[in-house]
Design a protein around this ligand. Structure first.
Ligand SMILES: N[C@@H](CCC(=O)N[C@@H](CS)C(=O)NCC(=O)O)C(=O)O
Length: 233
């Protein structure tokens, strides 16, 4: 059984979708990052960088409980455990790996910064807004080019690379990131296709009403972006 430590953000949606896709039995452990629940020592013992998502596989390697943090590692772990959304041959695996790494190393971190400066930063910082918006547009362009030559990010088949990337392209993310999806028709086509998958709809719906984008309270801001975030734990 998988214990899923989760809050409904783009990184959280990745593992929520994956668990629905691979149909493993799981229990939900909400970690409200607006309330600072991510700083509880029990959670930090599972996720040392106090970020969701995280899992514990109660039936891990050698039959022992095994904790995993970092969404990309969790997707790989669940893919390997189930043999799903992760191809068998080496070339196809590394086609997936490259786009998964691109999501983890570029899409998530840069869209995250763009979202912060567009939607959360209490100051108007024009240079930061322009910089992260331009980087995000450039990333959308890379995705658009790729999806013009392949149906899914890693080729013909839907994979964990798509599971990782799709939640960052949801309409509410586009709005926060100030992206006009019409300028990226292949990304629009791909996102539309993925949005029809029942497992994706179930995954994105988990606790969906609990996460509001923008306008956090002072406490929530401090927990996610302010003093609480940077205290030594
Ligand atoms: N690289 C991490 C990033 C996870 C992450 O940034 N999670 C955010 C929500 S999307 C979080 O838990 N924030 C709480 C905090 O920063 O304390 C991953 O992919 O798992």
């Amino acid at each position: 059984m998988i214990k899923h430590y989760y809050w409904p953000t783009p990184n959280g949606h990745k593992t929520a979708i994956m668990l629905e896709e691979v149909e493993l039995e799981y229990e939900l452990y909400p970690i409200d990052i607006l309330k600072g629940e991510q700083f509880a020592p029990e959670f930090i013992s599972i996720s040392p960088n106090h970020r969701i998502p995280a899992i514990i596989d109660t039936d891990g390697p050698e039959g022992r409980p095994y904790p995993v943090f970092e969404s990309g590692a969790i997707l790989l772990y669940l893919a390997e455990k189930t043999g799903r959304l992760w191809p068998g041959d080496m070339k196809s695996r590394y086609d997936v790996m490259q786009w998964l790494m691109f999501q983890m190393g570029k899409v998530g971190p840069m869209f995250g910064q763009n979202g912060y400066f567009q939607g959360y930063c209490p100051e108007h910082v024009p240079l930061a807004k322009a910089r992260y918006h331009s980087i995000s547009m450039q990333i959308y362009d890379v995705l658009n080019q790729r999806l013009g030559e392949a149906e899914y990010l890693a080729g013909n088949d839907y994979s964990i690379a798509d599971v990782a990337t799709y939640p960052w392209i949801l309409p509410k993310q586009q709005a926060m990131h100030k992206i006009d999806i019409e300028a990226f028709p292949q990304v629009k086509r791909w996102a539309n296709e993925i949005s029809k998958r029942p497992a994706v709809q179930r995954g994105v719906a988990v606790l969906a009403d609990d996460m509001k984008v923008g306008n956090p309270s002072n406490d929530a801001y401090n927990n996610m972006f302010g003093n609480e975030q940077f205290k030594q734990k």
